[in-house]
Design a protein around this ligand. Sequence first.
Ligand SMILES: Cc1cc2nc3c(=O)[nH]c(=O)nc-3n(C[C@H](O)[C@H](O)[C@H](O)COP(=O)(O)O)c2cc1C
Length: 404
Amino acid sequence: MSLDNYRLKLKGKEFVPVVIGGMGVNISTAELALEAARLGGVGHISDAGTEALADLRYGTKFGRQKFERYRSYIGNPDKSNIHFDLETLAEAQKLHVADTMGRKRGDGAIFMNCMEKLLMNNPRETLRTRLAAAMDAGIDGITLSAGLHLKSFHVVQDHPRFRDVMFGIIVSSLRALKLFMRSAARVDRLPDYIVVEGPLAGGHLAFGPDDWFEYDLGIITAEVLEFLRGEDLDIPVIPAGGIFTGADAVHFMENGAAAVQVATRFTITQESGLPTVAKQEYLKAREEDIYVSTMSPTGYPMRLLKQSPALQTSSKPNCESLGYVLDAKGRCSYLERYYEELAANSNRFPVVDDKFCLCTQMRAYRVWTCGQNTYRLKDVTEKLPDGSYRLPKVEEVFLDYQHG
Ligand SMILES: Cc1cc2nc3c(=O)[nH]c(=O)nc-3n(C[C@H](O)[C@H](O)[C@H](O)COP(=O)(O)O)c2cc1C
């Protein structure tokens, strides 16, 4: 048996059951996602850092313009008046989604991973804007990522595409799923698919640094499947986190999964947005180099490579041009720590050793988040004569999952 014996059925369409998960900021590039779609699967682009991403990819100057508007706040710890202009935000989102969708080939789909934990000093309106703009620009589906805003469906329920776009959620427990389902029922719209993300995944996690190993993706997935059966709900369930081979994936399919979501194997592909130096570090990583950190100012634990440059240096906050992590009151734990250190040692650059500036460091690809299996990547590619590792194409890894 191989994954190719199965198909993911979503809203009357059939896909190869390989979903490449969203990897912000632009690690899951349009080029990566488009390959998944060309091969008949599902690829994700990410909406983390929308305006910064547009500047990076399309030469816009959204960050510069925002900076000019708010430059007087430099040095002021109170950032509560720094806001995203919603029209500009929509423009940035549409640019990325429309450009990606315009290049789509093949029978697969392109979804957008929506990083709801980026509250952008106006959680409800910025979320509404991001979701609506992605739908306006023709996205096939939207995956609401962990850190769920329970009212996500409510904010776009009047959008003309609300019932036609494929909407999914990522949960890491049955409890989180039940909370979301209760809220979704109020707008008479259940998710079209459920990604169950276990403790071995990359990015932000719903498990703590000291207890993640007590949880098991197979068990959480089985609980979710049993709950859905009990409720007579036929919603595809897609496990994620630590599924490293086609054989691992088949095991989940035999136990009732509709597809698998994978990411780590694709971080080191030629199409991934990580710089080559980072890809080589991922390939060199040993198991002891990978840990679950509390350095992210979002408040969620995050799996990282110890070699991440963001762990070695502090940076000046850039809320004037970025500001994605600012909560509903314009606060961010990195910002607070930075100004505490500045007050304590005004004669030197503040060294913050327990948080990093997620906006600045992610934009510069200095946060090397990764899945727990990253140390196994070296086993599935070759070492070259110069000592570096060969970087595979997305197609090679995708087909390895599908037929391997
Ligand atoms: C480098 C990297 C970045 C990620 N970034 C995000 C993200 O921005 N949003 C999200 O919902 N999940 C993110 N994830 C999680 C993946 O989408 C996926 O669900 C998970 O990593 C799959 O497990 P695997 O990496 O073991 O294959 C990230 C994963 C990696 C490896």
